[in-house]
Structures are given as structure tokens and as C-alpha cells.
Ligand binder design. Structure first.
Ligand code: GDP
Length: 183
């Protein structure tokens, strides 16, 4: 059996979407193997999310590209055009949001769980996600609006990346270990 971790983020919990999301995963044939309400300090989320220069640069470049496409003056809006500095800013917004209230961590088990759950969640940005995915179906958010309001894109859910590794192990095992160390 393969497994993956999702986190239903604080703004989705506040919107009362937990039951709907869990139902979607169960209908896909996945089993809830562990579940927990999470309310952690910023330091915890700083360990949870990647905090290397590569992530910052990458996130910053994506933000710069989005601003360019939308004719947004990045210097005026964010006070810098340095990709790594912008990436750090996005991470700070994300960490602040994740530590702002309850979220729900769930381990889902089933054949092809990792890739099926990533596909069901959809692309990172709700405005580019495909209809039928969670991020498209439940959100109208976009980076333009989020960057303007100096907050992370509200994309409702985190799902472990099947192609990433952390500290010498797969991202999914790292993610699960942070919430369920004995599983
Ligand atoms: P994920 O693996 O699909 O969650 O995407 P990433 O690891 O690239 O990004 C982490 C989180 O940062 C996302 O889930 C969003 O909440 C937020 N985020 C990503 N890109 C942007 C952006 O360009 N602007 C803002 N404000 N937030 C972003």
C-alpha cells in the first residue's frame, strides 16, 4: 500500500471544508490511516516547508513571472526584485498563515495514493488548476490577489510531492514523520 500526507490548511478549516475533502478522498478509494488536528508554532512550519535557497529562488522567480504577465510593478508592490528575497517573503506569509489556526493532517493510504492525491488537489495556483480538482472547484484565488494582500495563495490543501526528497528521505515520509512520528 502506498501512502501520502495531506494538510487541510487553516482557511479551508475555517470555511468548513474538512468533511467534503475527506469524502472526496474516500470516494476515490483511499483510506484514512491517521488524522489529527494541528495547531503549531511558526518554528514547526519552518521545519515542515523547504527552507533552502533553491526553494526561495524558485518561488521568487515564479512570483516575478506572474507579476510580469500581469503588468505589476514588483519593486513598488513588494519592495524588491530579488527572487530569493521574494521567495523568503512568500515563505514568511505561508508560515504565518499555517500557524494562524487549526489545520488537519491526514495520512491517506491506497494504490497510487501519492500521485492520485496530487492530481485530485490540482495545480498549486487555483487560477491555473483544472476543473474537477479541489483547488479549482473550491477557490478563486490567484497569486496576483494574494501577493497584493501580502499572504500565501489560499489553495486550501497541501499534498506531499512524489518527486521531492528531504533530508535523505522521500518528502512524503518526511512529511508524515513530522505529524505521526510512530507511523
Ligand atoms: P505546493 O507544493 O503545490 O503547495 O506549492 P509550493 O511548494 O510551490 O508552494 C507552497 C505554498 O506557497 C503554496 O501552496 C501556496 O500557498 C504558496 N504560494 C506558492 N506560490 C505563491 C505565489 O506566487 N504567491 C503567493 N502569495 N503564495 C504562493
Amino acid at each position: 500500500m502506498k501512502r501520502t500526507l495531506v494538510i487541510i490548511k487553516p482557511h479551508a478549516v475555517q470555511r468548513g471544508l474538512v468533511g467534503e475533502f475527506l469524502t472526496r478522498f474516500e470516494r476515490m478509494g483511499l483510506k484514512i490511516a491517521a488524522i489529527q488536528v494541528v495547531n503549531e508554532q511558526p518554528e514547526f512550519w519552518e521545519r515542515f516547508y523547504p527552507s533552502d535557497e533553491h526553494w526561495y529562488e524558485n518561488a521568487g522567480r515564479k512570483t516575478l513571472e506572474n507579476c510580469r504577465q500581469n503588468d505589476i510593478d514588483v519593486q513598488e508592490r513588494l519592495g524588491t526584485t530579488d527572487p530569493a528575497a521574494i521567495g523568503r517573503m512568500v515563505m514568511r506569509w505561508l508560515v504565518d498563515h499555517m500557524s494562524s489556526g487549526d489545520s488537519i493532517a491526514v495520512v491517506l493510504e491506497g494504490n497510487e495514493a501519492l500521485r492520485k492525491v496530487r492530481a485530485a488537489c490540482g495545480a498549486t495556483l487555483p487560477n491555473t488548476a483544472t476543473p474537477g480538482t479541489i483547488r479549482f472547484d473550491y477557490s478563486t484565488d490567484s497569486p496576483t490577489l494574494a501577493n497584493d494582500e501580502k499572504r500565501p495563495v489560499y489553495n486550501l490543501i497541501h499534498a506531499s510531492d512524489p518527486d521531492e526528497s528531504r533530508n535523505g528521505q522521500s518528502a512524503v515520509e518526511y512529511d508524515i514523520g513530522m505529524f505521526f512520528p510512530h507511523r
